[in-house]
Ligand binder design. Sequence first.
Ligand SMILES: [Zn+2]
Length: 367
Amino acid sequence: MTDAVRYDAIADFGENYDQSREKFLSAMSGKGEVHSIPHPEKGSEGQDLYLDIGVIGPEDAKGALVLIAGTHGPELYAGSGSQTAFLNSGLIDNYSDLRVVLIHAHNPFGCAWFRRTDHENIDLNRNYYDFSVPFTPHPGYDRLRPVIVPDKWDPAAVKQGMAEYQEKYGRVEMLAAMVTGQSHDPDGLFYRGNGPSWSRRVIEEWLPKLTQPQETVSVIDFHTGLGPYGEPYMVHGYKPGSKEFVDFKKAYEGEVRSTEDPDDIDEDLPASPEGPIVLAMHKIISHAQTYAVVIEYGTVPPEEVFPALMQDNWWHAHGDKSEGLSSAVKQNMRRVFYPLEDKWKDMVWKRAVWAIERSARLARGQV
Ligand SMILES: [Zn+2]
């Protein structure tokens, strides 16, 4: 057994998409197969982009463990650093009985651009949605839109607009109005699109075939930007009393929350957005028992995270993009989603080790 907690993972964290990809591919070398699916667009430096899938372990294993990095672009680094350290530390050897699938850059375009959404401004975690079901947007979105999707960027006006909205409707309602997702405002925030995104189509093609022989598939989707600095926050969307809810509680020793449990809902977890990949996993991999969970690592307070997202959205619609990633807007996006601090990276890695072990229990049926 490897003492992964003592492993120094700092060098496994890249500072941009290219570095992270290079580190991931080099860590994969000699360990398994890599499928590199080219993305139709180029990155911020004109570089080619790929959704890479690393696959390790016996094809006929009973269980599979899937780690997803980069569903939201600037959040790539926690997941990518953890995947690469998982390989380089030797921790992977503790899971040689499992089929391990590593998705590196679920949203390659957003990762290369430090952008939450993809090249069509689609938020992938609002896109895994059944588009045949008519969707009613949260009524608050259009009320809030002039504040959160402004034509001119004025941070004081955004702050004031949000404070006024909150005063009138309450904080939980305001957050729900913003984050629930919408299909009618393609330049707006939390846009779900009107059909399956490029990334979703790739995942729906590859993930079922790569896990075809498995009976159980346990998935962790890595995110950042919610909760206290460096601390993980495990959240799934299973209903209280369901098999998955009960098994998660056991495997994670209670340290997991559900968007379906009223006791867990508060201002940190305002609503159950429709369309996250984890909520669709039972449909994507319908041949197996699936367990899917999000790990959220805190960075800075929401008062800094939301304005950064709004400003970035404004920048892509109206800003001077010639500055690329060196623009203050992009540097701020990195700062709020990816603190370039050794302490934070170390916390991310240690908690990833903890979460991987618990999700592996589910993959092995040890609950
Ligand atoms: Zn996220």
